[in-house]
Design a protein around this ligand. Structure first.
Ligand code: LHQ
Length: 262
């Protein structure tokens, strides 16, 4: 049987492909069982310096597989909170706490928790034909898997409200214009651009990138004072790193640095 999530590591890049194309890679429990361990491996394996997340086929991810739950009238009420607690919330937390960059190549529609998954990545590229859909309200659900956290921070409250309440598709070029994602590319350029970005990040000072990610994540909830303290502590940590020495030596010697990620 084909695995619903494919994981491959090459040249410092861990490529994770959601692989249920017939159902637009909508999330099943079996996918969760493969996805979170992939991010856990990315954390512990020094050979992985960047993660690339994408989807097979014409969709990126259509959110929770809606056929996985019994919604017949008179049946027991499904505990969706338990699903979030057991599956989605730990996944999103693992992604944000991963001290390495995650690039997302959104190859098609990202809906419901699929949009949340894309937006939990650090750099989001999207094919021009892709779209982002806060589908939740269409099925009488509240945006989850981090969407209510990310949306107002990226696009402001007015646009976040419109996206969440109206549940209309936001095309990738609007997503770029609104600051929801990093960049929208021509469909046939998406994977080449994502690969090029990952190749660059795989040669970057990984430990430093992890601390940059942590500092920016913390910034919106911190006071200036707290953020200055975090910057001081981060800088103190990387100031003793081999990559910092290499970066400065390479600058002085007018050559390209060779970072090891340490
Ligand atoms: C799907 C799905 C899908 C199953 C397409 N499930 N089959 C968290 C915690 C706990 C529980 C509940 O939820 C959550 C978070 C969530 O994610 S809730 C939001 C769930 N997602 C949605 O409501 C989106 C549902 N999908 C759609 O609205 C459309 O499929 C979109 C707009 C994404 C794409 O539309 P089309 O391009 O027209 O494709 P399609 O609808 O024809 O879908 C293609 C196939 O994929 C189709 O199967 P079939 O066998 O008929 O060809 C769909 O049934 C299947 N599919 N999404 N979420």
């Amino acid at each position: 049987m084909t695995e619903p999530v494919l994981v491959a590591v090459e040249a410092g890049v861990q490529r994770i492909t959601l692989n249920r194309p017939d159902k637009l890679n909508s999330f099943t429990s079996a996918m969760h069982a493969l996805l979170r361990p992939a991010f856990e491996r990315a954390r512990s394996d020094d050979a992985i310096r960047v993660v690339l997340l994408t989807g097979a086929g014409r969709g990126f991810c259509a959110g929770q597989d809606l056929s996985e739950r019994d919604i017949r009238a008179g049946g027991p009420a499904p505990d969706l909170g338990a699903t979030l607690e057991k599956l989605y919330n730990p996944l999103i937390t693992a992604m944000r706490e991963l001290p390495k960059p995650i690039v997302c190549a959104v190859n098609g529609v990202a809906a419901g928790a699929g949009a949340s998954l894309a937006l939990a990545c650090d750099i989001v590229l999207a094919a021009r034909s892709a779209s982002f859909l806060q589908a939740f309200a269409k099925i009488a659900l509240v945006p989850d898997a981090g969407s209510t956290y990310v949306l107002p921070r990226r696009v402001g409250m007015a646009r976040a409200m419109g996206l969440a309440l109206l549940a209309d598709k936001l095309p990738a070029d609007d997503a770029e214009r609104w600051g929801l994602i990093w960049k929208c590319c021509a469909d046939d350029r998406l994977m080449a651009e994502a690969d090029a970005l990952c190749a660059r990040l795989a040669e970057a000072p990984t430990r430093t990138l992890g601390l940059i990610k942590r500092a920016l994540d913390a910034s919106l909830g911190n006071t200036l004072e707290q953020q200055l303290t975090l910057e001081r502590e981060s800088q103190r940590a990387v100031g003793g790193s081999p990559d910092y020495r290499e970066g400065v030596a390479a600058f002085l010697e007018k050559r390209t640095p060779k970072f090891t990620g340490r």
